[in-house]
Design a protein around this ligand. Structure first.
Ligand code: SAM
Length: 291
């Protein structure tokens, strides 16, 4: 029996169900239920909440979420080998765990949330120890979602520390500040909650991980996500160049655009705050609509 519930310890679950970790699926399992409970709690009080979890694997975080009081967990897992272990958790928590066997990259999250949430009033949160190989793609999709504010009230996610630093970066952390920092800073309050050492995982990854929480808020200024993505791709694609040069990937002569946005043409992308990129994205769209 384990500390949080009367299910077998995760080490036994992995042995019995022969869940040898697969690198191709980004499998680094958390077997310490005290740690998974800490992650579950770090998303906030769980009573009445519906949690979407990507990649439950053998179920360490899933169990902590359910034991911590989540009204329902909707878990999307691609590795069919994990399904029998997840069925045992379903039996322990009747009606509270929905397992979707499939690829998280193909999931229609708002539809899953609408179909399976505990009740129409139940807030939805995303909590996951993400497979590293698809973590930033999933995050980008969630933050680029329309309409905004989105269907979830927060994202509490494990990333490699280096990715976590890029998510929360601003012009104060120029080395890490880039497309991801602009996107997340535009629509969310993002913070690193705590680090998790490699030794906490089975097998241990090469680098330290961090749990990040992102809370949506109304965008600072509105623009189209695809325009912001194009502007930041151009500016940070050549981050050592001045904007008057790097934005040539976008427009033949960036000078009028930079002038209208009130930005110094000799500035580099890493010194431009989020509002500057959003203004560029809006003006670029207006220019094209006029032409
Ligand atoms: N939540 C478990 C834990 O904390 O121990 C496992 C986390 S492990 C880092 C990532 C999990 O995501 C694995 O169970 C893996 O099979 C699953 N996974 C990988 N790619 C996936 C995908 N495209 N869709 C859904 N699940 C995926």
């Amino acid at each position: 029996m384990s500390a949080v519930d009367d299910l077998p310890p995760l080490r036994d679950v992995i042995r019995v169900h022969e869940l040898a970790a697969k690198k191709s699926l980004g499998q680094n399992f958390l077997l310490d239920l005290n740690l998974t409970s800490k992650i579950a709690r770090s998303s906030g009080p769980l009573e009445g909440v519906t949690v979407i979890e990507v990649g439950p694997g053998p179920g360490g975080l899933t169990r902590a979420l359910l034991a911590g009081g989540a009204a329902r967990v909707i878990a999307v897992e691609r590795d069919e080998r994990c399904l029998p272990a997840l069925a045992e958790i379903q039996a322990r928590y009747p009606g509270r765990l929905v397992v979707i066997a499939g690829d998280a990259l193909e999931a229609d999250w708002p539809a899953l949330a609408a179909e399976h949430r505990a009740s129409p009033a139940s807030p939805v949160r995303v909590v996951a120890n993400l497979p590293y190989n698809i973590g930033t793609v999933l995050l980008t999709n969630w933050i680029e979602a329309e309409p905004w504010p989105p269907f979830f009230e927060s994202l509490t996610l494990m990333f490699q520390r280096e990715v976590a630093e890029r998510i929360v970066a601003t012009t104060d952390n120029r080395v890490d500040y880039g497309r991801l920092g602009v996107l997340c800073g535009w629509r969310t309050e993002a913070e690193i909650l705590f680090d998790v050492p490699p030794s906490a995982f089975t097998p241990p990854p090469k680098v330290t991980s961090s749990v990040v929480r992102l809370v949506p808020r109304p965008a600072l200024l509105s623009c189209r996500t695809q325009d912001l993505a194009a502007v930041t791709a151009a500016a940070f694609g050549q981050r050592r160049k001045m904007l008057r040069q790097s934005l040539k990937a976008l427009v033949r002569d960036p000078a009028p655009l930079l002038d209208a946005a009130g930005l110094d043409p000799t500035a580099r992308a890493e010194t431009v705050p989020v509002e500057g990129f959003v203004t560029l994205a809006r003006l670029w769209r207006e220019m094209r609509d006029r032409d």
